[in-house]
Ligand binder design. Structure first.
Ligand SMILES: Nc1ncnc2c1ncn2[C@@H]1O[C@H](COP(=O)(O)OP(=O)(O)OP(=O)(O)O)[C@@H](O)[C@H]1O
Length: 375
């Protein structure tokens, strides 16, 4: 996520807070340009998140909830606000920090140091799960093998499963993430621009769950502006890590983000308006699948269906609770997405190793390597 300058609009020193009418206003609230003092800002910011949580009935007393903690501003503010609300409204939650170490030198190692400090500051247990341990690949190795272009695709799929596995290891079935209103609006816009109606339908859902997984994910910041998260972290002096990921952000998302920022500058409410539009979109019912013309004509390849993302689904008898044939983790597909990507990487690594060996020792070494290959 692009790090931005502190989004405080200048307010005349004499202006009073429009909520308490007693204290001096120190900012114009990014969401609606209301002039507020610090205390009233904290209050509306936290109360809106509390309302999101209660309206969507995200938690129930006694829940153990894992906070996806990257050390960045969103998840750090999320940990801080959830701790505050849990105490203020007696949610009776047990909060745990769950971090994924993707293995990105100079980035994730530093941000994990922040999460470790947060662990002490917020008095929450911390679990760290690494790509290297789970998949035997770090992101640095993946990029060295597959290049920068698709790094976000690999990282997204692997992180999703890593978070699920980390939560499962702790016996937790609810993960909250710091995805905010800007992220949600950006996703709606991106799916409209791509004509991706299947994803568009789901892009504003506050609670999601992968097929086959018992673990729910939710976004308590669904209606929280990124600029307000930055302001809150700044005024509260929260300890967070603010460096960009070493690898390039997904190009199309980056462009959509810029578009959204330009729109927000002209009309701050457009972030909420896009989310509202996404929530109220009604899509045409999907066309029914074409069935074979003749009763006795058997569908070719009845057992297996290849999905748009390259993964393979079994026929309808393959139900939730099934496991990936390669890694054994829960998956509604025969081979889970992570294993599909990793298999592609292994093939690439083998290819690179063949090419390297060929240049050193020539054809004899190449045929020897080929004999050893098994996919
Ligand atoms: N390495 C990680 N470990 C645990 N959770 C993560 C990790 N990376 C991302 N997340 C979760 O996913 C959310 C969105 O991640 P994204 O990569 O979009 O970063 P971001 O918007 O900059 O968030 P943050 O400021 O929290 O880093 C984060 O707020 C966090 O809850």
């Amino acid at each position: 996520m692009t790090e931005e300058r502190l989004p405080v609009r200048k307010v005349k020193v004499t202006a009073l807070c429009e909520l308490c009418h007693g204290r001096k206003a120190v900012m114009k609230r990014p969401k609606n340009l209301q002039k507020l003092c610090k205390e009233c800002f904290y209050n509306v910011f936290e109360t809106e998140i509390h309302n999101t949580i209660t309206d969507a009935e995200l938690f129930k007393p006694g829940d153990v909830v894992a906070i996806g903690a990257s050390g960045g501003k969103d998840s750090t503010v999320l940990a801080s606000v959830l701790k505050t609300l849990n105490e203020r409204y007696n949610y009776q939650l047990k909060l745990v920090l769950l971090s994924i170490d993707e293995g990105i030198k100079g980035y994730r190692d530093d941000s994990l140091a922040t999460v470790k400090r947060n662990q002490a500051q917020y008095e929450m247990p911390l679990e760290i799960v690494s790509y290297k341990d789970l998949y035997n690949w770090s992101m640095d190795e993946i990029v060295a093998c597959a290049g920068m272009r698709s790094s976000c695709t690999y990282c997204g799929v692997l992180r999703r499963q890593a978070l699920d596995r980390g939560a499962a290891k702790l016996g937790i079935n609810h993960i909250v993430t710091g995805h905010n209103a800007d992220d949600v609006a950006e996703t709606v816009l991106m799916n409209i621009l791509r004509g991706d109606t299947a994803r568009l339908e789901k892009s504003t859902t506050i609670v999601t769950q992968s097929t086959g997984s018992p673990i729910r994910r939710s976004k308590p910041f669904k209606y929280t502006y990124q600029k307000e998260i930055v302001l809150y972290a700044h005024y509260k002096k929260l300890d967070y890590f603010s460096t960009e990921c070493t690898y390039a952000p997904e190009a199309f998302r980056g462009t959509t983000r810029e578009l959204l920022k330009s729109l927000e500058a002209i009309r701050p409410s457009c972030i909420m308006d896009i989310i509202y539009s996404g929530e109220h979109l009604t899509l045409k019912p999907k066309k029914k699948k074409v069935t074979p013309k003749y009763k006795n004509q058997k569908k070719v390849n009845d057992e297996v269906e290849v999905n748009a993302d390259g993964s393979v689904s079994l026929n309808k008898e393959f139900k939730d609770g099934n496991r990936c044939e390669k890694c054994g983790y829960l998956s509604s597909n025969k081979i889970c997405k992570a294993c599909m990507l990793l298999a592609g990487l292994e093939m690439n690594r083998a290819k690179v190793s063949i090419e390297n060996n060929a240049s050193i020792d020539g054809a004899a070494k190449l045929s020897k390597t080929l004999e050893q290959l098994s996919f």
